[in-house]
Design a protein. Structure first.
Length: 364
């Protein structure tokens, strides 16, 4: 068993809190992704699992064992870094074998483990090459292989794909997902890329300023964000936010933006009743804004916007617009013929709107 448990863990650098009272349980064989902006503390959490960073307070358990004072070499953890950390003077084979030699393993066992890792990662042809003769993706495969040969209880990945181009990142995401299926071990993966997080993680922990904002499945994070930060971080392009108030006239609730340029009638949202007369933030994702009302019974609110830019990606397009100074993005069909700059009426799906407390940012 290789579950991981953080129990009220904090980490201070001087007076600055990098991690604040984090409690989190990672299940055995789970693929958990730690995601958040740069400097939020996700890599610090990972390094504490590895024993490379000491906790200021709290308790950390791996496989049910308290490891606060256990040195890294005794934790049976393997970590893959962003910069590969390969020995440049060694071949791929020797890089894979080095840690096992240090442990005193016999040559036959070392070769068996190295060749098995090479087979899993399809890097047998690379075993005689040195890192300088490999591409970035090949080096990363060797770095992952070096972790596999140790047969660890937990794999840690610290932004392993950041140095690769977009095509290679896509390929390596698939490789890492397949690797987890084959090895069936616990993986904790750090990234600032929410696309990586959404495609790889069984669950995702969204972190901001050293605090976990929400831990959930990718789909639940997307559909039911607990606060404005999570809603804005998950999704690409990010969720649109419009500041305004909840108003009530003749018993009907509606949202009114600050510039009174947009109004949306609210139905079936009893949780918003107490917010009549109060400031809230409306959130709606670009894919829920259309150029024409979509048939099928959904309700819409019109947005009279000024289109500034259209990005055409082949299979779809993104329109970037302003609504009285507020930025709005909409995901459109590739066939939409829009020539900016221009004015246009878009239609926002009422049922897909999110509302957040104007003061705390919590979802309503």
């Amino acid at each position: 068993m290789a579950g991981i448990k953080f129990d009220r863990v904090s980490k201070y650098f001087g007076k600055m809190a990098a991690i604040k009272e984090v409690s989190l349980e990672i299940q055995d064989k789970e693929f958990l992704v730690l995601v958040g902006p740069s400097g939020c503390g996700k890599s610090t959490l990972l390094r504490m699992i590895a024993g490379l960073e000491q906790m200021t307070s709290g308790s950390l358990y791996i496989g049910g064992q308290l490891v606060n004072n256990l040195p890294p070499k005794d934790r049976n953890i393997a970590i893959v870094f962003q910069n590969y950390a390969l020995y440049p003077h060694m071949t791929a084979y020797d890089n894979l074998a080095f840690g096992l030699k240090i442990r005193g393993m016999d040559k036959k066992s070392i070769r068996e483990r190295v060749m098995e890792a090479a087979r899993i990662l399809d890097i047998e042809p690379l075993l005689g090459r040195k890192p300088k003769a490999m591409s970035g993706g090949q080096r990363q495969r060797v770095a992952i292989g070096r972790a596999i040969v140790r047969n660890p209880k937990v794999f840690l990945f610290d932004e392993p794909l950041s140095n690769l181009d977009a095509k290679l990142r896509g390929q390596m995401r698939l490789e890492i997902a397949r690797l987890h299926q084959k090895l069936q071990t616990t993986i904790v993966y750090v990234t600032h890329d929410q696309v990586e997080a959404m495609t790889l993680g069984h669950r995702i922990a969204v972190i901001e300023q050293g605090e976990i904002q929400q831990v959930d499945t990718p789909q639940n994070l997307y559909n039911y964000p607990k606060n404005r930060f999570v809603a804005g971080f998950i999704g690409s392009p990010p969720m649109n936010f419009i500041e305004g108030t909840i108003e009530k006239e003749q018993g009907v609730l509606f949202f009114q933006d600050q510039q009174k340029a947009f109004r949306a009638t609210i139905t079936g949202r009893p949780a918003l009743e107490p917010y009549a007369g109060k400031a809230v933030t409306l959130g709606i994702r670009p894919e829920h804004i259309h150029t024409t009302p979509v048939k099928g019974g959904a309700h819409y609110a019109p947005l009279n916007v000024s289109i500034q830019l259209v990005e055409r990606l082949g299979h779809e397009s993104f329109a970037f617009a302003t609504l009285q100074g507020q930025s709005i993005a909409a995901r459109l069909n590739a066939e939409e013929e829009i020539a900016p700059p221009c004015t246009l009426t878009l239609f926002a799906t009422l049922e897909k709107m999110h509302f957040f407390n104007g003061q705390t940012g919590a979802a309503i």
